[in-house]
Design a binder for this molecule. Structure first.
Ligand code: GLV
Length: 374
């Protein structure tokens, strides 16, 4: 069919969602990866007349891209909740809606953050290595090492958007006290509901100790916590009055307790990795678990790979949302791939009356809001 709409995906998004798009009559071309395609190739494809572009967080999407797609490109659908790789001002200037996959990865990401926290603090990796390498001499009350408990400890949740709130929910189930910080918005209702749950659990003897949750300032959160878990988006200078770039740095790491652990499942550049590696070396903090890095994949010369800090540093391959259903389900209410496909369909098939401000997965709605008539 000559007028078949064309979609270019910079990565595979799995058979179910790809098939859904093809079955609906779209001509879907997929870069087979596994690495990201060169920007040059994306530009070439756009110039050849593409209606929708499916992107991952590895693709820099900016004015050059939108210029190449001018006249034909109608939507950029990102398979991720974060979109710091997409220049929002450029998308708005070219009037191209872009979409993300918020909601469907909330629980999986918070779950992973919590599990890596536990893995780090209870030294599970070191324990398994001991067994595998036949270096476990005999059971002993404290040799060769002990871990730190999670139950009953205090966590600082930095960023109380969807994933931060899900993290709070999981931590409350582990009888933790919770310090909340958010640079932009306080969800007081959620926090009050969690406190009610904590009180009920205590009153009904489900948990022994009383626990609490409250919003505090950033420094107080860092000072008071046994665990600090980061859930803010990456915002650089000029994008906001409260940038999150390198908010965890030499100075702020020193506010944390020497026994405290840092967990990051948000974006790598929120943490100054050089400062973190040094802090781990100097035992300024006890350990860190990281799923995201300033540069991905992590370069071989990263200070985080220093063998001297390997016992207190757990590193993962940007894997927090990497559950089967979360990544690949074709159901837009369950899977990132399904939501991405639906986002493309919404725009190309003019669902919601063709109004991007009414489309649930469009991020930059402000670009399509008509100014109120005088
Ligand atoms: C993953 O990091 C995402 O933003 O979805």
């Amino acid at each position: 069919m000559a007028d078949k709409k064309r979609i270019f995906a910079t990565s595979r998004i799995g058979d179910p969602a790809e098939n859904r798009l093809r079955e609906r009559g779209y001509e879907l071309e997929v870069f087979q990866g596994p690495e990201a395609p060169p920007k040059k190739l994306i530009i070439e494809k756009l110039k050849s007349g593409v209606d929708a572009l499916i992107t991952t967080l590895r693709d820099p999407i900016d004015a050059e891209i939108f210029e190449a797609g001018k006249g034909t490109l109608r939507v950029v659908a990102q398979i991720a909740v974060g979109f710091d790789n997409i220049n929002r001002a450029d998308a708005n200037k070219y009037q191209v809606p872009f979409t993300n996959t918020a909601d469907v990865l909330t629980e999986a990401t918070a779950e992973f953050a919590f599990l890596m926290l536990g893995m780090l603090a209870r030294k599970m990796y070191a324990s398994e290595r001991l067994v595998r390498e036949q270096k476990w001499p005999s059971w002993h009350p404290f040799l060769p090492f002990l871990g730190d408990e999670v139950t009953g400890k205090t966590i600082a949740v930095i960023g109380t958007g969807r994933i931060g709130l899900a993290m709070i929910k999981k931590c409350s189930g582990f009888d933790m006290n919770i310090l909340c910080y958010d640079p932009a918005y306080h969800n007081d209702n959620y926090v009050a509901a969690i406190q009610e749950l904590m009180d009920l659990r205590h009153a009904r003897e489900i948990q022994k100790e009383k626990t609490w949750i409250k919003y505090v300032e950033f420094e107080e959160a860092l000072r008071g916590a046994d665990y600090v878990s980061i859930h803010v988006p990456l915002l650089r200078e000029g994008e906001t009055d409260k940038p999150t770039y390198h908010v965890i740095n030499e100075k702020t790491l020193k506010l944390m307790k020497p026994t405290a652990y840092l967990v990051n499942s948000s974006r790598g550049p929120v943490v100054d990795e050089k400062a973190l590696a040094q802090a781990l070396k100097d035992k300024v903090i006890a350990g860190a678990a990281l799923d995201v890095f300033e540069k991905e994949p992590l370069p071989a010369d990263s200070p985080l790979l220093d063998p001297e800090i390997a016992d207190r540093t757990r590193l993962f391959h940007h894997f927090a949302s990497g559950g089967q259903i979360t990544r690949l389900s074709v159901d837009p209410d369950k899977g990132m791939a399904g939501r991405t496909a639906q986002a493309v369909i919404d725009v190309l098939e003019a669902n919601y009356g063709g109004d991007p401000t009414k489309m649930p997965y469009v991020v930059n709605k402000e670009a399509f809001t008509k100014p109120a008539s005088p």
